[in-house]
Design a protein around this ligand. Structure first.
Ligand SMILES: [Mn+2]
Length: 308
């Protein structure tokens, strides 16, 4: 592991994670930054594509795999502005290191605010949509006792409300945790409205879809999801979104994959899963590292996926 790699952050947050008061102080800093980011960039962020984009899928407390990924990325790569790094959500629940995992991505955001993006997953839930299992509150209570543990949980829940739902690299990639909304298929003229909803009733339904949807290999719009929340979105939705909003590909997490990634809808939807171990026992974790200066890179997206 190089001393100049991003994985240096992990030894720092491991110290933070030992002390409830230290965590609370850091949480204030993270919330302040995310509030400012939200005010400036909104709940769905749109950027001009950088030369390089690194994408990490679900980590769910697998700090060992996250360390391996970060140790391959030099600090100067991110600091120079040549690359952005995007996390697709699901940092907590499962695994003994969920707190350290969450603190690592937040600390990276704090240190490189313009180049690191921390998206919301369904395990960073709004109060109306708690996933199962959700052992993050129990983990905090086990470590810090009932009073301090539940206090910290409330503060994290507040922070989760500040995380962006999606990141768009114009003309290239749409990144989000679960999938494409289906209830407003063909009803929106701009991507912000499509991903956020047109009014308050739509907002929660669309957030549910963004956080919970999975692709299905049929040329349909939508089916109910076996997960009990969200829908399965068909290729029709993918093709409409890509042509309507002039994008090439959708990159999402949420679903385990044995090789760490999978492709759907004629390679236009990529799933990245960046953890290994129980309860999925997948063979590989994966992340994506795309050189966006390569023309037509998206025609063979698997060439830009690194498995470990
Ligand atoms: Mn998920």
């Amino acid at each position: 592991m190089s001393i100049n790699s991003l994985s240096n952050v992990i030894s720092y947050v491991t110290d933070v994670a030992k002390d409830a008061n230290y965590i609370a102080t850091k949480l204030d800093e993270y919330r302040k930054l995310l509030t400012e980011d939200l005010r400036k960039k909104g709940k769905t962020i749109t950027l001009e594509p950088p030369p390089r984009c690194i994408v990490v899928g679900d980590v769910h407390g697998d700090l060992i795999t996250l360390t391996k990924i970060l140790s391959r990325i030099a600090i100067r790569t991110v600091r120079s502005g040549d690359a952005i790094m995007v996390f697709l959500g699901d940092y907590v629940d499962r695994g003994p290191n969920q707190l350290e995992t969450l603190l690592t991505v937040l600390e990276l955001k704090l240190r490189f605010p313009e180049y690191v993006y921390v998206l919301r997953g369904n395990h960073e839930p709004p109060r109306f949509l708690i996933p199962s299992p959700h052992d993050f509150p129990e983990e905090l209570i086990m470590r810090f006792g009932y009073s301090k543990g539940s206090d910290l949980y409330d503060q994290f829940m507040e922070l989760f409300n500040l995380l962006p739902h999606a990141l768009v690299l114009e003309r290239e990639i749409l990144m989000l945790h679960g999938g494409l909304p289906t209830i407003n298929y063909r009803k929106s003229d701009n991507i912000q409205e499509y991903l956020l909803g047109r009014n308050e009733t739509e907002q929660d339904l669309i957030l549910t879809e963004v956080l919970w949807n999975d692709p299905i290999e049929h040329n349909i719009v939508s089916l109910p999801s076996p997960r009990g929340a969200g829908h399965l979105f068909g290729a029709k939705v993918t093709y409409w979104v890509l042509s309507k909003f002039k994008l090439k590909i959708v990159v999402r997490g949420h679903e385990p994959a044995n090789t760490g990634y999978k492709l759907n809808h004629n390679k236009r939807v990529i799933t990245i899963f960046s953890r290994i171990g129980a309860p999925y026992y997948n063979t590989n974790a994966a992340y994506m590292d795309v050189d966006l200066t390569v023309k037509y890179w998206w025609k063979n997206p698997e060439k830009h996926i690194i498995t470990l």
